[in-house]
Ligand binder design. Structure first.
Ligand SMILES: Nc1ncnc2c1ncn2[C@@H]1O[C@H](COP(=O)(O)OP(=O)(O)O)[C@@H](O)[C@H]1O
Ligand SMILES: Cc1cn([C@H]2C[C@H](O)[C@@H](COP(=O)(O)O)O2)c(=O)[nH]c1=O
Ligand SMILES: [Zn+2]
Length: 200
């Protein structure tokens, strides 16, 4: 896929929605920052939003696990993105899984209005279940990129973020102490191990 920094999508029309998904540590944020920086090199005006709850590394920056960062605006609700999207060409949104369902309509509207919208987020939660508005965003996107971390157990491409701590809430902010990226095979082995353990 060729991304058009000119803000025209592959059909030559202005306005599009790109989704970058995958497990934790797969490079979603790095890829988001890379696309936004390229847009800046093309003299595009860029605005980045993230959910206010994600204050792990910084209140007002999107930061990758490899310490790349870009200034962002934290917002409490998806509607705020519509209100705050000013006179820009490209809108980046990180950690989209944490937004309310309204984010789907907001992204659709922005793309139709002519913005290039680039969204990054976890496709699945720690149970391997689709996360929040991500499946709907992927369905309506013009382009979807699935990134893969390396499975920390066997070196294959990882597909899910396995939770290492005993907590069943869907939302639990964390890093390497709380999550590890693993592949389908190692995830299945883990589930078997846990179900055997719960029998005794
Ligand atoms: N198991 C792993 N597989 C791949 N990258 C990893 C792994 N563990 C740590 N990393 C680091 O995470 C970086 C990706 O970080 P980031 O873009 O923030 O990912 P994401 O946003 O998908 O969580 C990689 O460049 C690498 O330095
Ligand atoms: C799997 C999973 C993750 N989270 C949290 C953990 C992190 O704070 C973010 C994901 O960050 P990343 O940029 O993709 O590394 O989400 C969660 O709350 N619930 C989950 O099931
Ligand atoms: Zn594995």
């Amino acid at each position: 896929m060729i991304y058009f920094e000119s803000n025209f999508n592959s059909t030559g029309k202005k306005g599009s929605l790109e989704v970058i998904c995958g497990s934790m540590f797969s490079g979603k944020t790095e890829e988001l920052i890379r696309r936004l920086r390229r847009a800046e090199f093309a003299k595009q005006r860029v605005e980045i939003f993230k959910p206010a709850i994600d204050n792990r590394f910084s209140e007002d920056e999107v930061v990758s696990h490899d310490h790349h960062s870009i200034l962002s605006t934290p917002v409490d609700s998806s509607q705020n993105i519509l209100l705050l999207a000013g006179d820009v060409d490209v809108i980046g949104i990180d950690e989209a899984q944490f937004f309310d369902d309204g984010i789907v309509d907001v992204c659709n509207k922005l793309a139709t209005m002519g913005f290039r919208v680039i969204v990054a987020g976890l496709d699945m939660d720690f149970r391997g279940v689709p996360f929040g508005p991500m499946p709907a965003l992927m369905a309506i996107a013009d382009d979807v990129t699935k990134e893969h971390a390396i499975c920390v157990r066997c070196g294959s491409p990882a597909y899910v973020s396995h939770r290492l701590v005993a907590d069943n809430k869907q939302v639990l902010l964390g890093e390497k102490d709380e999550y590890e990226p693993i592949c389908r095979h190692c995830f299945e082995a883990e589930k078997q191990k846990q179900s055997k353990g719960s029998l005794f």
